[in-house]
Each structure stands twice: as structure tokens, then as C-alpha cells.
Design a protein around this ligand. Structure first.
Ligand code: F0G
Length: 463
């Protein structure tokens, strides 16, 4: 049972008070269509709940902290621990959870030195059960899919959504259909979907083509779509921000920097911050900035070329395959978040991504390429004076290092940019590479290699 002093703040399962609100025209409905778009204006829907605003912030902070001592699965989940700001399922037994959330907030001593930002942190969402931030949203969306009685759930994906959806579907006794672009997702993400039992279709198109096809499919077949336009997904992803603020003792950072792909995550973080401010959990908003790969920069172009009024879609190309998206579905939500929080939107090059990924690896935590855009983006925002060195900055690392081993191996072997326009320039990254050494199995060979390494790298960055 939750602690009695705070029981009046606990949410009661079964009291469905949430509604779907259109982010365009603002109309509010009790139910959402299959495509999660407003029947009046076609814009995306979000979940709203009038009960959120009447909460007592001090009691909530105590309640959430107390729950960390409890052993019920609803409390062990770092998502459902914050259930007062989530749509309530009919009962606690309905919840499909893999103990998601509870991800660490790391300091980054080496990157702090390189960037000159002493208060630099990484919220590592890659330490979720399936290795990416998607799990925080998936536990909520899978719960409501099962509660509604769907047998099949489906998504288009660059890999992480499909891995996460397949896991939560398996856990919740549902079947899952995965549409991924053939040859453009990492084996490690694909293998997860296979192991969790998804029906996995590799389509000869890109992510945007997969998503288009899924939108047609949901109108014809009884499958429930679990892409991030599903508003339940974003509700779960909001908890990243609640957990982050709790880890910072409710003192908001100045900046939160996120990678931008389909733009669900930035939308969710922004929604969470606004809700936290409205209820008094925080008194000022951090700026949320979105970073994209240069070759998949639809949001950057949308802001620069149309002031955020019309989506400029494009043919995406980047080795950060998780964000290889040219037609981001949640772009309007992301524009609103940038405007509401005063954040920036920047792009970074393939070389900048590779260097930043190696630097995060050198901190002993690592991440996948798409996550590394955050550190690369921070360097740009510092140069522009948008971020000041004395400010507190949080990078959201969205995926685990192990998600894309091919990228990492190619980088360290020096093959990542072979045959690309970056080949020559990539030589400047040589000092970040640590290729494996093949040796005869003799003591002498290993000792010599050790001595050579000591000579060429006499000091560790932390010594
Ligand atoms: N980082 C990683 C590791 C991702 O997998 C994604 C998106 C993003 C960042 C971008 O987040 O879409 O919310 O802006 N991956 C999706 C997928 C598209 O299918 O796994 P976003």
C-alpha cells in the first residue's frame, strides 16, 4: 500500500478522466480515431486530464520518493511510479511492465572538460529493458492496447520502437507486426524483434514509407498502431522528465538536449515540463533543444525555411539510422515545444556525430549514434552562445551502445567513412579510434603491445 500520509494524492485505477485534445484546433474528445488525428482539422491528438492540475506538488514529491521503497510492480516501474500524470488503467493488474524507467543520470567529467560546461549530465534512457527510451512509452501504450482488447499491435520503425513494441506485446500476450526499412536498421535491433516473436516485415522503402503503409493498414485491419503518434506512448515518455527533475531535486536544468527523429520524444518531454510547471512541481521551464543529423534535418529546415509553419520533408540519409527520418509525424508538437520552452533546433554532421559518440564511449557509458547528436549539438549551441558554460545541461541519451555494434566496429577499424565524401576529413578522428589488435598468442606479443600503447598514450584523460 502507498504511504498513508499521501494516500489522498494516489491515483485510483479505473477512474478514466482523460480526454483527447487536438493540438491544432484544441477540440476535446472522449475517444480517438485509429489514426490518432482530429476529425475536425486532421492534426495530432494528445491526452489531457483535468485532475492533473489539482494535485498538491509537495505531497506528490514525497509520494513518488516513498514509492521507491515498495516492491509492487507498479511502483518498481520508473514510469508507473509517476502514475498521477498518466492515464489510469482499469486496474493495476492490467499494467504491462518490464520495470522500465529508473534510468541513471550520469555526470560526464571528460565531456565537461572538453566543452567547458561543469554541470553537464546525461540521462541514459539506453539503460531501459530493451535498451532504448521507447520502453517508457511502450508500457503505457501496450497496457491500453491490451485493456482495449487488441490481439495485434503494429509499428513502423527504425529499429528501437519495433524492439520495444515486440517485447511489451510478448509480455502482454499480444501479437506484434513490425514494418522496418530493409537494410536500414541495425541487426541488433532487428534481432530483438525476432526474439520477442514479432512478425517482422522488411519493406523495400525507408521509415517514412513504412509509416505511410502502416497508416493505410490500420484502416483496413484490426491492428493497433504503437508509433509515437499514439498519444499513450507520449504519456509514458513524459516520465523521463519527471524522473530527471526528481534526480535534480526538482531544480530545473537550464537546457535539455534531445535527438530529433519522428519528434515524439521532444514532444513528450515538453508536455511533461509544461504540466510540471502548471501544477507547481517546478517554477521555471528548461529550454528543450532538438538536434538532428545534417542528412535528416526536416525540422531544422522547417524552422529555417517556413518559420515552423509548414513541414519541409526530405529524403533522409545518415549513419545514425535511428533518426533516418525525412517526414517526422510529430513535427507540429515539436515546434510548439521549442516555442514554449525557448529551445533551439540544430543539425550536426556525420563526423561530429562519430566524434561525440566516441567521446561518450570514453566516459564509460556509451550510446548509439543517434543519441550522440546531443553532445555534438551542445558544442554547436555553445559556440553560438545559446548555451552558456555556467548553465546546467542535460543530454538525453536515447539508445544503448550495444544497439548498433556495426557502427562502432566500423568506426574503430577506420571503415565508417570509407568511400564517402567524409573519407579524407575523417582522419582527424583517428585519435578517438581504438581498433582491436590481432596477435600471436604469446606473452611477449602482448607485453610489447602494452608497452607501445603506454608510449603512445602516456596519460589517461582522468589522470
Ligand atoms: N534516438 C533513438 C535511439 C531512436 O531510436 C529514435 C527514434 C530517436 C532518437 C528519435 O526520437 O522519433 O521521438 O524524435 N526511433 C524511432 C524508432 C523512430 O522507430 O525506433 P523521436
Amino acid at each position: 500500500m502507498p504511504p498513508s500520509a499521501t494516500s489522498e494524492e494516489g491515483s485510483a485505477p479505473g477512474q478514466a478522466t482523460f480526454r483527447f485534445r487536438c493540438i491544432g484546433c484544441g477540440s476535446v474528445n472522449a475517444s480517438a480515431a485509429q489514426d490518432f488525428r482530429c476529425s475536425d482539422c486532421g492534426n495530432l491528438l494528445e491526452i489531457t486530464d483535468s485532475s492533473w492540475n489539482s494535485r498538491n506538488p509537495t505531497a506528490l514529491k514525497t509520494l513518488w520518493r516513498e514509492r521507491r521503497r515498495l516492491n509492487e510492480s507498479i511502483d518498481l516501474s520508473g514510469v508507473w511510479r509517476f502514475r498521477e500524470f498518466l492515464p489510469a488503467p482499469q486496474s493495476e493488474q492490467e499494467i504491462v511492465t518490464l520495470r522500465e524507467g529508473n534510468t541513471p543520470l550520469y555526470d560526464l567529467p571528460q565531456s565537461s572538460r572538453v566543452t567547458g560546461v561543469p554541470r553537464l549530465y546525461a540521462k541514459h534512457q539506453g539503460l531501459n529493458p530493451t535498451g532504448s527510451f521507447k520502453d517508457a512509452g511502450m508500457t503505457v501504450a501496450a497496457t491500453f492496447a491490451r485493456q482495449t482488447g487488441y490481439r495485434w499491435v503494429a509499428c513502423a520503425s527504425t529499429g528501437n520502437t519495433s524492439a520495444s513494441m515486440a517485447a511489451y506485446a510478448a509480455r502482454g500476450g499480444m501479437r506484434s507486426l513490425v514494418l522496418v526499412p530493409e537494410g536500414k536498421i541495425s541487426w541488433s535491433k532487428l534481432s530483438q524483434a525476432l526474439d520477442y516473436g514479432a512478425l517482422t516485415c522488411q519493406l523495400r522503402t525507408d521509415f517514412d514509407g513504412c509509416l505511410r503503409l502502416l497508416q493505410e493498414l490500420v484502416r483496413k485491419a484490426p491492428v493497433y498502431q504503437l508509433n509515437s503518434i499514439n498519444p499513450f506512448r507520449l504519456e509514458g515518455q513524459k516520465t523521463l522528465a519527471f524522473e530527471l527533475l526528481e534526480q535534480l531535486d526538482w531544480e530545473p536544468p537550464d537546457h535539455i538536449i534531445v535527438p530529433g527523429g519522428n519528434l515524439g520524444n521532444s514532444s513528450a518531454i515538453g508536455k511533461a515540463l509544461l504540466e510540471m510547471r502548471d501544477v507547481g512541481l517546478i517554477t521555471r521551464l528548461p529550454r528543450v533543444s532538438v538536434i538532428q543529423a545534417e542528412g535528416a534535418n526536416a525540422l531544422v529546415r522547417t524552422l529555417r525555411e517556413t518559420g515552423g509553419k509548414r513541414l519541409v520533408s526530405m529524403q533522409p540519409e545518415t549513419r545514425a539510422t535511428a533518426i533516418r527520418i525525412g517526414n517526422p509525424a510529430s513535427w507540429e508538437k515539436a515546434v510548439k515545444v521549442l516555442q514554449a520552452t525557448g529551445g533551439a533546433c540544430e543539425q550536426v554532421s556525420e563526423l561530429e556525430i562519430a566524434q561525440a559518440k566516441a567521446e561518450i564511449g570514453a566516459e564509460g557509458i556509451g550510446c548509439e549514434p543517434a543519441s550522440a547528436v546531443t553532445l555534438a549539438g551542445l558544442k554547436k549551441l555553445l559556440l553560438q552562445g545559446f548555451v552558456k558554460p555556467d548553465e546546467t545541461v542535460v543530454l538525453v541519451l536515447t539508445g544503448n551502445l550495444l544497439k548498433d555494434p556495426d557502427y562502432t566496429m566500423e568506426f574503430h577499424r577506420g571503415d565508417l567513412f570509407k568511400g564517402t565524401p567524409y573519407e579524407q576529413e575523417s582522419a582527424k578522428l583517428n585519435s578517438f579510434r581504438h581498433p582491436p589488435v590481432v596477435l600471436d598468442a604469446t606473452l611477449d606479443a602482448v607485453v610489447k603491445t602494452l608497452e607501445q600503447s603506454e608510449k603512445s598514450n602516456p596519460t589517461h584523460p582522468d589522470e
